[in-house]
Design a protein around this ligand. Structure first.
Ligand code: 5AD
Length: 341
């Protein structure tokens, strides 16, 4: 059993000791779930967002964003590509909207993707906070997994990162709703935020363990000039430091939750060119290649320098296979790769 103190110490390891921690996590992963890496084709459905999170580039108040919503035809085409290429599953992600037009658009898309793929494509949604009824409609349409990051498990820090009407309790309750309905639930955090201590990251890892999530996506916080947090960029750890902390956090999470699905995030690949490889080697077993139609990618700009925006090759199947191979993993094709419960 790892205590808060143990975890904080592990997170602080650097150099050879950090390497040893990461090798131990790697061994644990191989022993518990093997070397397969599952693909989730990421479709960024829309950058319209009702939320105003202080860190996020597509927040409502950012008037510089060119807003778009993919047409159903574009979404179905991307899903069909993923299905035929053997991706096994897709993630539909979007800015948050709760209006009926959006809810029913998603419901219909899920139905159509299920139909088009003969039920073979696993559908994950990442569409923010919703009512229990909405989550149920989407589940009944055929979505089986849902990603909703808690961002931080500390309500006071959450309050510094969001406007007053974005409530930590609501976010946490959404995770309960999803669980009740029967989704595989994924959550996660950002690492290297202003006002965030290493001990806080340790607490977050224990929160993720105790909430019993099936999947985790966590990556470095990255600055964006058109957001309120930009002003506090002098308070965030240096790039290298953020990177080391992230890899250690991934390693510890794998030790705490040996069987869950862990994503090698785009943010890790943005922070360092081999970031996704190192995340896969250390702990991750899932990668989410971006399959959003090229002309819209530049508008889903959550943070600066995001990869795969101009370069289709970066997230092509060939390149992803290469990334996985460099990490010593085996690409899994034509499998949904649902988390082990
Ligand atoms: N840096 C890193 N991650 C970010 N996200 C949003 N903005 C940023 C940023 N500036 C992450 C959040 C959100 C996910 C979709 O993207 O964790 O849940």
């Amino acid at each position: 059993m790892y205590t808060l103190q143990d975890i904080a110490e592990l997170l602080s390891l650097r150099g050879e000791e950090a390497q040893a921690l990461r090798r131990k996590a790697h061994q644990t992963k191989l022993r518990e779930i093997g070397d397969k890496v599952y693909l989730r084709g990421l479709i960024e459905l829309s950058n319209r967002c009702a939320k105003d999170c202080f860190y996020c580039g597509i927040r409502r108040s950012n008037s510089c964003v060119n807003r778009y919503t993919l047409t159903p035809g574009e979404v179905l085409q991307a899903a069909d590509f993923a299905h035929k290429a053997g991706f096994g599953s897709i993630v539909l992600q979007s800015g948050e909207r709760q209006d009926e037009a959006f809810v029913s658009l998603v419901e219909q898309l899920v139905r159509d993707i299920m139909k088009q793929s003969g039920g073979e494509l696993g559908i994950t949604l990442s569409l923010g906070e919703q009512s229990e009824e909405t989550y149920r409609r989407w589940y009944d349409a055929g979505a089986i997994r849902y990603l909703l990051r808690i961002e931080t498990s500390n309500p006071a820090l959450y309050a510094r990162l969001h406007p007053a009407d974005h409530r930590f309790e609501e976010r946490a309750d959404c995770l309960n709703r999803l669980r009740r309905i029967g989704y595989y639930v994924g959550s996660g955090i950002m690492i290297g935020l202003p006002f965030q201590s290493t001990e806080q990251v340790a607490r977050d890892l224990l929160f993720l363990r105790d909430s019993g999530v099936d999947m985790v996506g966590m990556g470095p916080y990255l600055e964006h000039e058109q957001t309120p947090l930009w002003e506090y960029r002098h308070l965030i750890p240096q790039k290298e430091e953020r990177y080391e902390l992230n890899l250690n956090a991934l390693a510890v999470l794998r030790l705490l939750m040996p069987k869950i699905n862990i994503a090698a995030t785009t943010a890790m690949g943005t922070l360092k060119s081999k970031g996704r490889q190192e995340a896969l080697y250390t702990a991750a077993n899932v990668i989410m290649p971006n399959i959003t139609p090229m002309e819209h990618r530049k508008d889903y700009f959550l943070y600066q320098n995001k990869i795969c925006i101009n370069d289709a090759v970066q997230d092509s199947l060939d390149n992803i296979s290469q990334v996985i191979q460099e990490a010593g993993g085996k690409i899994s094709l034509f499998e949904q790769g649902n988390p082990l419960r």
